[in-house]
Ligand binder design. Structure first.
Ligand code: PMP
Length: 301
């Protein structure tokens, strides 16, 4: 059972979880034009921290800019509100969900008179990363949105329509998640994570053309540098995934998750490979505060 916070921060005040409401005629509910973030707090030897808070808040404001939403709070206010929400709910290993949405002042598309609201909810999320449990991916029958149809860099509700369907399709046929391809057949991302493949010791990950450039993906870029691993950002095809030595996916909730199958094809040794294991360990050290080089990514709670 998920442990939810007792209080949700809504436009500057705390509201009880059960009493929190958004109007059903909210433009964001009707049309999917809402933006959000997903970030986490971790407990380590040095205390409790939110991981890369400023980077997530920066991405939230970028999403707002892309979709023309004027957030009525400063970045500093939203950073403080996120810390306060974790504290108030006394959930120290939390998934934090800020969501910015339009009001119900207009029923059509014209956004000019719409109020913009913000809320922050938290629920408990402990690290469930187990290197001995790689996952199986299913090639989605849903094609990823392309760069000129939906603005893929905005972490917006509407952008999750195909990923949501792809995920449920994968689950229905016995897989853990979906690998989603673009119109040209190139690998994009899973329903909620970025993709890396390892071939002969080199890391490859898809270009940023039509994916959400994840903050965990960016963290892996730093880890690769520290581990002296070559990293190439390029278009990736399905057969490259089939013949990769290792495949892993990255995301805030996902962390660093190895992949053993794509459809019916076994990947590498079918177990978590040595490079993925090194990256998993390095990631754990960073988020738990054990690697002093990245202490500035951790905001104390
Ligand atoms: N792609 C999609 C579609 C996602 O939903 C996420 C999770 N936010 C990611 C990639 C990974 O992003 P991050 O590492 O910032 O969590």
């Amino acid at each position: 059972m998920t442990v939810n916070g007792k209080y949700i921060w809504m436009d500057g005040t705390f509201v009880q979880w059960d009493k929190a409401r958004i109007h059903p005629m909210s433009n964001s509910i009707q049309y999917g034009i809402g933006i959000f973030e997903g970030l986490r707090s971790f407990s380590g030897k040095e205390g409790n921290f939110i991981f890369r808070l400023q980077d997530h808040t920066d991405r939230l404001f970028q999403s707002a800019h892309i979709l023309g939403m004027k957030i009525p709070f400063t970045k500093k206010q939203l950073n403080e509100a996120q810390i306060e929400t974790v504290k108030k709910n006394k959930i120290l290993q939390a998934y934090i969900r800020p969501y910015v949405y339009f009001g119900e002042e207009n029923h059509g598309f014209h956004s000019v008179n719409l109020k913009v609201h913000a809320m922050i909810a938290v629920f408990e999320m402990k690290s469930e990363l187990d290197p001995e449990k790689p996952i199986k991916l299913h090639s989605s029958s849903f094609i990823h949105a392309q760069a000129n149809s939906q603005m893929c860099r905005a972490k917006s509700s509407g952008n999750y329509l195909s990923g949501w369907q792809a995920f449920n399709e994968a689950k229905a046929v016995g897989y853990d998640d979906a690998l989603i391809f673009d119109q040209q057949g190139h690998v994009t991302e899973t329903s909620g994570a970025n993709v890396f493949i390892v071939n002969k010791g080199v890391l490859y990950t898809p270009t940023e053309t039509n994916i959400l450039p994840g903050i965990t993906r960016n963290t892996v870029f730093s880890i690769a540098k520290d581990l002296n691993l070559e990293l190439v950002v390029k278009t990736i095809t399905k057969d490259e995934v089939y013949i990769a030595d290792e495949v892993f996916i990255t995301g805030t909730a996902t962390e660093i998750q190895s992949v053993s199958f794509l459809d019916t094809k076994k990947i590498g040794s079918e177990t978590t490979g040595p490079i993925t294991r090194k990256i998993q360990k390095a990631y754990k050290d960073i988020v738990s505060g054990s690697n002093s080089k990245y202490i500035n990514w951790l905001t104390p709670i």
